[in-house]
Each structure stands twice: as structure tokens, then as C-alpha cells.
Design a protein. Structure first.
Length: 302
């Protein structure tokens, strides 16, 4: 199994290749891991050109990401962002200069109580990054951050407990609540640190007045070893009011979007065998919960 089993997926219009080049230029140690393409045969629901790029999988600062050419219907927003821990102020300034080109700052570059050098920015593709200097890191590390804002405000604590229960091997490391005069609703989550399937995440309540909430623009893919794990995790994430949607998407009861995916599917969709990957794509489209055996039969031509 891969070290990172939860892989954020960034929904773009048709900019996956451009975004990959942009992030690889910004992060010195990045690499492209795989490229999948839309089938040349038949239509696709995103109306992308036949044979064009479907996804680009890449790794930056040790964090796996998937960039999806899904069409113009949705975009990322700050409800899911990426904390980037950097060793000093100079590293923050350099990465800020690279990522902010064509974007905008959401919180200005400055000293803050939690970091001597911090900035929250939205890049040209709509992805939000929180860059911070930390004396305890030797090189850049990326941690996904979930903000329960707008319609999802006040639900962070319950969501954290649900995710830890749904994803084996997960744990809460720290929860800090807002107190009087701290700028948030007393008792809601100011910041929490947790591990999901062994990966660090941050979660917080972001206030009820934000105009955004979770959406498909930035989802979390859970890479599963087998059908039993797909079934177990999809059922747990969709419980108590969540929904299972086409192509393995799950919207949990707190509003966050996931994709519960057998780990082999990515390799099949990026295969050099064009006919095989086309069969997998068309077999996947009508499914809600993904059926690993059926997808394997499609790949092998059964």
C-alpha cells in the first residue's frame, strides 16, 4: 500500500497539466507520478475532448495530489486548504512569491502569534495555501486542513470523531476550543490536529458568515486495498445522512466530499493499453460504490 492513502483531488476545468507545471515549479522536489486520459471512444460526462488528460497525479513536498480536468461546474474554495510548514521566513517568502503569481492573499504576509512568518493565499487555480515558518521542521511539509465554515460551522468536533471512527488507525492528537474574546464562537474548534489513516490533518470551525462551504472542488480520495475496505469505508462515511454518489463519490453528513477508490483503479486508468483503460472508464461511470471485481474484468477484457 502507498504511504499516503488519502489523496486530495483538486477539480479544475481543463487546467490539470498547467497546474501540475505550476506546482512543480513552485516546489523544488515535486514529481508527476501518473497521467490518465479520457477515452477516445464514447462521450464523457465532463464534455472534455476525447483522449485529453483526465487526471495528473503528482507529489509535492511529500504530499500526493490528483488534479482532475472535470469541467467548469465547480471550483476549489478555502474550506479545504493546505498548511505548508517551512523551516524559516526566507522559505515562506520564496514559496509565497511562486504560488501567489496570478492569485491573491487571503491573509497578508506578516508575523502572527502562531508563526513569525505566515500568509494565507489563494493561487491562480483557486487552491488555498497557508504558508508558515516553523523552527521544528527541516524541509517543507504539507498538511491538508479542513475548515467547517458557513453552513458547516460548528460541526468540526463531531466530524473529527466520525472520521476517526470511520478510518482505521486514525487518532485525535490535539483539540483547542475558542474561549471568550478569541474571535470565534466559544466552545467551537479553534484548531485540531489529527491523523487519518496515519496522515496528519488539521481541522477547525471557521465561522458561520463565510459564503463558502465544502464542495466537490477539493475532495479527499481514500485509496482502498480491496472490496471489503471499499465497502466498510464507504458505508461509514455515508452513515447518518451522507450520500453515495456516482463514480465512488461520497458526501458525508458534515458536507465534506470523499472518493472511495480501490487503489488499482488509478493504475488501470493510466495504463498504456488504451482499449483497457477505456473499458475501465466506461465500466466505472454507471457505478455508485465502485465494484473492484467488475472493474478488473473490464480492464482485462472479460
Amino acid at each position: 500500500m502507498a504511504a499516503h492513502r488519502i489523496v486530495p483531488c483538486i477539480w479544475l476545468d481543463d487546467q490539470a497539466e498547467a497546474a501540475a507545471s505550476f506546482y512543480l515549479a513552485a516546489f523544488a522536489d515535486g514529481r508527476v507520478d501518473a497521467v490518465a486520459r479520457y477515452p477516445r471512444s464514447g462521450e464523457n460526462p465532463s464534455n472534455q475532448p476525447p483522449g485529453s488528460v483526465l487526471t495528473v497525479d503528482l507529489t509535492v513536498a511529500g504530499q500526493r495530489l490528483t488534479l482532475l480536468n472535470g469541467g467548469p461546474s465547480v471550483r476549489p474554495n478555502p474550506s479545504v486548504s493546505f498548511h505548508v510548514h517551512l523551516p524559516d521566513a526566507a522559505a515562506v517568502d520564496a514559496l509565497h512569491a511562486a504560488l501567489s503569481e496570478g492569485g491573491m492573499d487571503l491573509m497578508p504576509l506578516d508575523a502572527y502569534p502562531w508563526s513569525p512568518r505566515f500568509v494565507w493565499l489563494q493561487d491562480r487555480f483557486g487552491v488555498s495555501w497557508q504558508l508558515m515558518a516553523r523552527a521544528d521542521v527541516a524541509r517543507a511539509t504539507v498538511v491538508p486542513a479542513l475548515m467547517f465554515a458557513g453552513p458547516h460551522h460548528g460541526r468540526a468536533r463531531d466530524a473529527i470523531a466520525a472520521y476517526v471512527a470511520a478510518l482505521p488507525g486514525s487518532r485525535v492528537r490535539h483539540v483547542e476550543a475558542f474561549g471568550e474574546g478569541e474571535g470565534g464562537e466559544v466552545g467551537t474548534v479553534k484548531q485540531a490536529a489529527l491523523d487519518l489513516l496515519g496522515q496528519p490533518f488539521v481541522a477547525m470551525d471557521g465561522g458561520p458568515d463565510h459564503a463558502f462551504g465544502f464542495g466537490m472542488g477539493l475532495s479527499l480520495q481514500v485509496m482502498c486495498a480491496d472490496q471489503a475496505e471499499v465497502d466498510r469505508i464507504a458505508t461509514a462515511l455515508a452513515a447518518d445522512g451522507g450520500t453515495e454518489d456516482p463514480c465512488g463519490w461520497v458526501r458525508d453528513r458534515f458536507g465534506l466530499w470523499w472518493q472511495v477508490v480501490p487503489e488499482h483503479v488509478g493504475a488501470w486508468l493510466a495504463s498504456d493499453d488504451e482499449a483497457a483503460r477505456d473499458r475501465v472508464f466506461h465500466a466505472l461511470l454507471p457505478m455508485h460504490r465502485l465494484d473492484l471485481a467488475a472493474l478488473e474484468r473490464a480492464y482485462r477484457g472479460g
